[in-house]
Design a protein around this ligand. Sequence first.
Ligand code: PLP
Length: 404
Amino acid sequence: MTPPSSNSAKPVYLDANATEPLRPSARAALLKGLEMEGNPASVHAPGRQARALLEEARTRLAQAFGREADSVVFTSGGTEADSLAVHALGAVHGRRVILGATEHAALHGAARAEKVPTEILPVDRAGRPDPARLREMLGGGPPALVCVMAANNETGVVSPLAEIAAICREAGAQLHVDAVQAAGRLPWGSRDWNADVLREASLAVSGHKMGGIMGAGALILPHDRPLMPLLPGGGQERGRRGGTPALPALLAMVAALAESRAQDWQEIAGMRDELQARAVAAGALVAGVSSEEGAGEATTERLPNTLSLILPGVSGQTQLMLLDLAGFAVSAGSACSSGKVTSSPVLEAMGYGAQAGQAIRVSLPWNVKPGEVLAFGQAYVEMAQRLRARQPAPSAGVGRDTGA
Ligand code: PLP
């Protein structure tokens, strides 16, 4: 494989869905926050100054989703926002929890921790939660909290939220949407991602996935309402989340969202699509492009920056290591916190069987350069050709499960 430049060169970073590089406006907001002396809860002048910045950020975040400022509960990130939703909108109200099969561990873990009755909503071959099945699940039984992500972190696949929200509304179920990967990347106002569709849903967002820094997030409620907190603490966030808010990180998050919304994502989608075409020509399968097995056309809406590539017969771990040596930072389908690469539960839920362990995720960051994507494409093709020359070649095709 041809490295992008010399061995000592900085790796090409193509793992934005793990964390986005810091955006310039977020850096500026962060520095402004770091200059604050006061705690937003203090009544003296420095405290009031910090408070004013925090409240301005709250208003901006709420407005970005068509809501009132008091609907925003700041948290330490997406995991905490998801956990707070499961706790305060699910467990506390005796609701069973219905989780999309490809939801993030933040939600699966929260449901386990709260010991709430949990049911899994299956997804189709493209990874979209099944609205018809949801209707059946909500047809009887106790009240429910339905958790469906706006877009998947591994495949980028966008959920049919318009249908799901309508079904929840009809059945009187509470909808929680994990928007950690979608916020800023998915055009706000599109069919499944707009204020009207989501008017009764809670949303989880995370600063570092938009180009802010780690340690900031929010649960955005449909409207101002009291919540039983996970962390009672000193009653901050109107009693809904105790603990001193991470002001600099929260300011960075709100700035990052605005910058991210203004980004030309078409350009990034164009680079992703070219890369996809090269990888497919080299024998890769693409997870999440179509709900029809074997279909050759991309029919599913995905995040503009995300590409899940399966190289049949080659473990994700091997691909990851070879690409890392070649100077490219991508991720395997799923890496647990210990860094060990495992088979991807997301691709398993989509029906990929053994191939769920043969995927890598390429997620282009906001500042990616066309030359970097081209260099990665070349390295990927060389790797695929070399590895696949050593094994009987399965037939290639977009989204087709060769069973290899
Ligand atoms: N939800 C999704 C879809 C994610 O991709 C992630 C992080 O990867 C999280 C939640 C957790 O967010 P955070 O890292 O801010 O805790």
